[in-house]
Write a protein that binds this ligand. Structure first.
Ligand code: TYD
Length: 131
């Protein structure tokens, strides 16, 4: 069951402002933010799950699609505007069909740890099967 977070957007004739108050909008204590820019429209990225990390993912600008797979169910979602998607731990995810102007922001529950990644799909299915 995938959850979404709706961020506020304050727009006027000067542009738009999206305020993200961590305690109000994020379902975890945020320890890291990272941003994806200059995305290749035709390429897919992601192809991993995290053992513990939780993330909230949204497009600051433009849109993309994301495949979410918890080992039992797979679904594809379009991410656009102020709708952010929660990527829970142990969800295999792949992002694709980035619009030309796509800029992504991700808020994460921990610092970067390569040891938290599962980058092999066979390992992922084995891991969720054992849970
Ligand atoms: P990765 O998570 O594999 O990217 P994606 O899921 O978008 O395909 O990260 C790409 C590279 O950046 C990889 O070498 C790890 C590094 N990285 C950091 O050093 N810090 C970070 O916070 C993140 C997310 C990645």
């Amino acid at each position: 069951m995938v959850e979404f977070v709706e961020f506020p957007k304050i727009s006027d004739d000067r542009g738009s402002l999206i305020p993200v108050e961590f305690e109000k909008f994020l379902p975890f204590v945020c320890k890291r933010a990272y941003f994806l820019t200059g995305l290749q429209t035709q390429l897919r990225r992601g192809f991993h799950a995290h053992k513990e990390l939780q993330q909230v993912f949204f497009c600051i600008q433009g849109s993309c699609k994301i495949l979410m797979d918890d080992g039992k169910m797979k679904d594809n979602y379009e991410i656009e505007g102020t709708k952010a998607i929660v990527i829970d731990k142990m969800v295999w995810h792949e992002m694709y069909e980035f619009s030309k102007d796509c800029v992504i922001a991700v808020f994460a529950s921990d610092i970067y740890k390569e040891s938290d990644y599962i980058r092999d799909y066979a390992d992922f299915t084995k891991y969720v099967g054992e849970k």
